[in-house]
Design a protein around this ligand. Structure first.
Ligand SMILES: Cc1cc2nc3c(=O)[nH]c(=O)nc-3n(C[C@H](O)[C@H](O)[C@H](O)COP(=O)(O)OP(=O)(O)OC[C@H]3O[C@@H](n4cnc5c(N)ncnc54)[C@H](O)[C@@H]3O)c2cc1C
Length: 305
């Protein structure tokens, strides 16, 4: 059995770290648990819209945030929460390490999980040329031809990063590119070929990726590539929220302006709430969630709960 806390925060991305900082400054006994420090933000190639910080990599921004968090009196554990339960005196979380912790209040800052393409060959070649993180795996494709699947900021961000290492990048978008114009303008036209209105139908190779089949208005064809970066979006990580009885809407956790869910003592912040997937928003929501949770914890303490 682990320890009893005032507040447990699940997620070590921007929302979870901000929540940890705000709760620790209010002298709450706080534990922040996450699979890996940094969350999705750490995979961003470039972050230039977080006020107060000049253009930087997501990894650098999140390393600074983690350092700031660890500077406060707060528990930080790299672990996965497998299950959370509600009881009369609060919440209990069971971690993959086997430890169980309990708390009066809980903040869910679990973010999102990447979405798959769902085409033949994707699963088999995951880790053999199919990747979901250009920042992590991009350097392995130096001087190779790679494909990026997707149309939004995430896909263009990956294409930008990959164009610095790969010899040729093919950005394959089923519709029109919908990323911010400032990002699209940065694409190196010499190196990045954009195929709009094209759909990857399968990924081929044995044992490593050798080609993708695509379908467009002209029919189907094969493109020789050695890497496929899937950047088609993400789904909110709401398993824990749902198991605790939190309401969801279109898969996102429903919260009010105080980041409160419908479950007493349970708050949610960041991308899992689907408000607006940005670091500045995640941090703001994390700060509000922790502050409101602290108020709830104090009330429970006054009432002897
Ligand atoms: C390629 C890319 C580029 C981006 N660029 C920008 C940008 O330039 N500017 C900007 O503002 N935003 C950008 N974003 C968006 C930004 O990264 C997200 O909005 C932000 O990370 C959301 O923070 P979060 O804390 O809600 O979730 P996340 O950062 O996703 O963190 C959630 C964390 O919770 C963990 N977790 C989930 N379930 C569990 C569990 N059961 N147990 C333990 N841990 C768990 C996850 O592993 C993850 O580490 C970008 C995103 C991507 C993918």
């Amino acid at each position: 059995m682990g320890e009893r806390y005032d507040l447990i925060v699940i997620g070590l991305g921007p929302a979870g770290m901000a929540a940890g900082i705000y709760a620790a400054r209010r002298r709450m006994k706080t534990l922040v648990i996450g699979r890996a420090p940094g969350g999705t933000a750490a995979t961003a190639h470039l972050i230039e819209n977080y006020p107060g910080v000049l253009a930087t990599t997501g990894l650098e921004l999140m390393e600074t945030m983690e350092k700031q968090l660890r500077g406060f009196e707060v528990g930080v554990e790299v672990d996965e929460v497998l299950k959370a339960t509600r009881s009369d005196d609060g919440f209990t979380v069971r971690c993959a390490s086997g430890v169980e912790h309990s708390s009066t209040s809980l903040v869910l800052a679990t973010g999102t999980e990447v979405q798959r393409l769902g085409v033949p060959g994707e699963k088999e070649m995951s880790g053999r040329g199919v990747s979901y993180c250009a920042t992590c795996d991009g350097p392995l494709f130096r001087d190779r031809t790679v494909a990026v699947a997707g149309d939004g900021n995430r896909a263009v961000d990956a294409a930008l990063l990959l164009s610095e290492v790969a010899s040729h990048v093919i950005l394959i978008s089923s519709g029109a590119i919908s990323a911010d114009e400032s990002l699209v303008a940065r694409l190196d036209k010499e190196k990045v070929e954009v195929l709009e209105g094209s759909r990857i139908t399968s990924i081929k190779g044995d044992p490593l990726v050798e080609a993708v089949s695509i379908e467009d208005a002209d029919g189907t064809r094969e493109l020789a590539v050695e890497g496929v970066f899937v950047e088609v979006g993400s789904m909110p990580a709401t398993e824990i929220a749902s198991s605790l009885g939190a309401d969801t809407d279109r898969s996102f956790v429903v919260v009010d302006d105080n980041q409160s869910t419908n479950v007493q003592g349970l708050y949610a912040a960041g991308d899992v709430t689907g408000r607006w997937a940005q670091v500045v928003m995640a941090c703001a929501q994390g700060a509000v969630a922790a502050t409101k949770a602290c108020g709830y914890i104090r009330k429970c303490s006054r009432e002897g709960r």
